[in-house]
Design a protein around this ligand. Structure first.
Ligand code: MG
Ligand code: ZN
Length: 221
């Protein structure tokens, strides 16, 4: 048991080293990078599409998509106007810094303002692996249920922004928004939160406004 703990600690610290290298590469090219995390089907790719639709005329955006298999998501991001790179993790249920490093080596970072990393759909381990991105965004969705902050605290604790997608489904699904938000507040007090619907476009303006501020305040530094 002790040995196993030691192995996991070593893997994580090796990962953190590479995450630091990734951060330096991004900083050197003045790229602001976000890590999108969520369960499968919450709407990471849909949010990327809607985001690209609204700001790809102002910013050069690249998307790195992590999936166990296929290039469906990278194809969607490319169709929406991003430079897109797919990472197939070969069974791994999260992205790690080494995978991101190899994707970064395929991009001309100098020409990019915003990098969105779409992590593997999973509410457990992506939170444990630093990638070197500047901030993390968790995308929750109404059909997942209002108890997810309580059941997956690790994911909610470490993120810098929370998107609650599929608000258009609220009339059809039992989802107690106050209960959900209380759970979030307990884990991550004051977390900036955007209830949105990628389907109707509701709430997306606030999300885009926040994103613009993050990118511009980063590039001023
Ligand atoms: Mg996706
Ligand atoms: Zn994993």
């Amino acid at each position: 048991m002790t040995q196993r703990v030691q192995v996991i600690e070593n893997i994580l610290s090796a990962n953190d080293q590479v995450a630091l290298e990734n951060r330096r590469l991004l900083e050197a090219a003045n790229v602001y990078a976000l890590n999108f995390m969520a369960s499968p089907g919450a709407g990471k790719t849909s949010l990327i599409e809607q985001t690209l639709k609204r700001i790809s005329s102002e910013l050069h955006i690249a998307v790195v998509d992590g999936d166990i298999a296929t290039s469906i998501d990278a194809d969607r991001a490319a169709a929406a106007g991003a430079l897109a790179i797919q990472i197939n993790t070969g069974g791994e249920c999260h992205l790690d810094a080494i995978m991101l490093k190899s994707a970064l080596s395929e991009l001309d970072l100098q020409g990019i303002d915003l990098l969105i990393v779409e992590n593997v759909g999973n509410l457990v381990c992506p939170a444990s692996f630093q990638l070197g991105t500047h901030q993390s965004v968790l995308i929750a969705s109404i059909p997942e249920g209002d108890d997810k902050p309580y059941k997956y605290p690790g994911m909610y604790r470490g993120v810098d922004a929370l998107v609650i997608n599929k608000t258009d489904l609220l009339p059809y699904i039992t989802f107690d928004m106050d209960y959900f938000r209380r759970g979030v507040e307990m884990l991550n007090p004051g977390l900036v939160t955007f209830p949105i619907s990628c389907k109707t476009g509701e709430g997306l303006d606030s999300w885009i406004a926040w994103l613009r501020i993050q990118v511009s305040s980063h590039s001023i530094k």
